[in-house]
Design a protein around this ligand. Structure first.
Ligand SMILES: NC(=O)c1ccc[n+]([C@@H]2O[C@H](COP(=O)([O-])OP(=O)(O)OC[C@H]3O[C@@H](n4cnc5c(N)ncnc54)[C@H](O)[C@@H]3O)[C@@H](O)[C@H]2O)c1
Ligand SMILES: [Zn+2]
Length: 326
């Protein structure tokens, strides 16, 4: 099959993100133009999209106007998104506080008279698995019925105008519930469980016992005795504990985002995190050369020339988002 036809076929079957890297410039330009002109009510435009791609009247693609139409619209939304500016939102426990999930610090840093750091740390697991599982059972049950607040919803609204990437330290899924589409969880997710010997676990001493690859969605809290079907290890929550490395921070991707927001008039928002802990402090200095940047917190700390927005996330974020959207 002709390569161009193949590409058009791919365009209707795969996402533009997968295809664009293979397209020559001139081809991209024409698709861009036709996609922008595409009119769902007028299939002729869509026929036109087929004709430049080297098809003929006999070509089966030309007759599939509906498929072409859909293809054109997919391209259109892709190019519209491509032209959008980028917003990076980095968030911590304070973002979820107004939904009824207390931050560790606000809860006095204590749980059943234990320091939270002592139950949410790598070594605690090997000291007392039942205690750690009980702590996470309470987290799971406490988070289960929480709903996003106006601040989460405002952040979701940003996607009407910007490409938005969320990098969050939170293990809840309130951003996803609010409709945010790209959320990276640095510290894992409360609704996921993994084997205690999972290869994602990188301890600071580089222990090599962690080789299993079993993970599953968590419907009910993990119980002691629930074993990994692959290796027989005890299952545990799929979260990153103190003294375990934050594995899923992709530095190359971060550099690209930083360049994008810095040179393309993008925005960086740091919301509800104390900035004293890694990687929060690191992120704030990493994005400090960006022009439009904000720290949103109940008690924001002055850092470089960040604009500080003081108050509860459910009240301050809707105001900030309205400002950015206008
Ligand atoms: N929702 C969750 O998933 C959740 C909740 C607690 C802890 N954790 C985990 O524990 C780690 C450490 O937690 P931590 O509590 O020490 O975080 P932290 O100290 O980094 O964050 C708390 C920050 O939120 C601010 N804050 C509190 N209430 C706020 C509100 N209503 N609006 C805006 N800002 C508010 C505080 O001033 C503080 O700066 C987190 O990074 C996370 O992985 C997760
Ligand atoms: Zn296993």
């Amino acid at each position: 099959m002709d390569t161009t036809i193949q590409l058009v076929k791919m365009a209707t079957e795969r996402s533009p993100e997968e295809i664009v890297p293979f397209l020559p410039d001139v081809f991209q330009k024409r698709i861009r133009q036709d996609a922008m002109d595409a009119d769902p009510a007028n299939p002729k435009r869509v026929f036109h999209m087929g004709s430049w791609a080297g098809t003929t009247d006999e070509d089966p693609f030309v007759k599939e106007t509906r498929t072409f139409n859909e293809g054109a619209l997919i391209w259109k939304s892709f190019f519209e998104r491509e032209n959008m500016k980028t917003v990076i939102v980095f968030s911590g426990a304070g973002l979820s506080a107004d939904s009824g999930i207390p931050t560790f610090r606000d809860s006095g840093g204590l749980w059943e008279n234990h320091n939270v750091e002592d139950v949410a740390e790598h070594e605690a697991w090997f000291r007392d698995k039942e205690l750690v599982l009980r702590f996470y059972e309470q987290r799971f049950n406490g988070y289960k019925d929480c709903k996003p607040h106006l601040g989460h919803e405002a952040l979701a609204r940003l996607e009407q105008k910007f490409k938005v990437v969320h990098i969050t330290q939170n293990i809840d899924d309130l951003l996803e519930q609010a409709g945010c589409s790209d959320v990276r969880h640095l510290h894992g997710r409360i609704r996921s469980k993994k084997c205690e010997w999972h290869k994602d676990i990188t301890t600071l001493d580089g222990d090599r016992k962690f080789v299993c690859d079993f993970k599953a969605e968590m419907i009910e809290p993990v119980k002691l005795g629930e074993l990994c079907p692959k290796c027989g290890g005890q299952m545990r929550p799929d979260v990153v504990w103190f003294n375990e490395a934050v594995g899923n921070l992709n530095y190359d991707e971060m550099k690209d985002w930083c360049k994008e927001v810095k040179y393309n008039d993008g925005i960086f928002i740091c919301a509800g995190t104390s900035v004293q802990v890694y990687p929060a402090g690191y992120m704030v200095s990493f994005f400090s050369q960006v022009k439009n940047k904000f720290i949103v917190d109940r008690k924001p700390q002055k850092i470089a020339d960040y604009e500080l927005i003081e108050g509860n996330a459910s009240e301050t974020l809707p105001v900030l988002v309205d400002r950015l959207m206008s």
